[in-house]
Design a protein around this ligand. Sequence first.
Ligand SMILES: *Cc1c(COP(=O)(O)O)cnc(C)c1O
Length: 389
Amino acid sequence: MESTLRRTWAEVNLDAIAHNYKTIKEKIGENTKFLGVVKADAYGHGSIQVSKLLQELGADYLAVSSADEALELRVNGITMPILILGHTPKEQVGRLIEYDITQAITCKAKADEYNAEAIKCGGVLKVHIKVDTGMSRLGYLCDNKNFDTGVEGISEACALPGLNAEGIFTHFAVSDEPGDECLKYTKHQFDLFKRVIAAVEEKMGHKFAIHHCANTGAVARFPETYLDMVRPGLLLYGYGEYAKEMGLRPAMTLKTTVSTIKIYPEGTAISYGGIFVTDKTTRIGVLPYGYADGFFRSLSNKCSLMTKGGPAKLRGKICMDMCMIDITDMPSVDVGSEVEIFGENNSIDELSAIAETIPYELTCAVSKRVPRLYFRNGEVVEKELMLRF
Ligand SMILES: *Cc1c(COP(=O)(O)O)cnc(C)c1O
């Protein structure tokens, strides 16, 4: 059975992602590897489709957050190296080895656990060592007081027979934030990372094959941090101020349609709670798009969506499956008219600012019930419906 599609859908422009990849590649240069971050279903864009494209374009590495996300790519034809950034239960080590998936090693306990499991399986697990230089999340703690123990722990992990330490990496906490303090913090993290690498490599007597740390903020602003490989996510999908500065293009356009139009007299309270009351005769369009599709209820009464007649204000509370826009001054907008929630004509950066969040959260939130249409050269090349017909 076919989906009707004309409800609410996401258009993913693979050409935009290809353009972004090539533009970033030009910036980082021939000799720097490109790791595309495709965790969380490629920030909601579809990790299989995005990974296939990156594989075709010649990218070097992918990163996901879990073993399930990595295996999903493997069973769907992705053969390029994949790094798991997050936690993997030790019971999965055998499968990681079998499917040639690289695991981040974040502390001594995990190193020992994964090593024991790899030996039990009769294999060697490829790993990248994660250094905590100030993100204070995962990774070997290596700040001033912990420098020696950190270096010691990493060196021990690298010597374990069940682990093959291909790479070492760290993650920046404020590389995308403005201001001198953040600049200083990032530089401190980077310097510490370099000192850890030097100390560990001296102990080991050889170098890691891949050193990496540059996320979106660092790719855009700190070329000195590129090392062997960069690790952008958001930039690849074309959102945020740095993407704009670099001439990158937003990959996703989220669209819906006007399902019903109603004319209300002055003094009518719209939707749950009646937080919006009409102050004149008002023409309201009902959209089949609500918080179950990933709209943030906190945007109720606060944002505008783009119609062919211009931006239309959202009126009243956002419901589970619907929301309402004011099209009083837009006679050209009719039942069936397309409405852009975000995309080329309604910036996700502005929408996320109104929601007091970041664009990442909005694309990740587009729910599974929203079909994805994949475009190349203006043509739909794939439909991902996520329905169980
Ligand atoms: C998510 C993530 C990235 C990508 O971050 P962006 O800000 O989207 O570039 C890079 N590295 C790690 C470790 C991450 O978790």
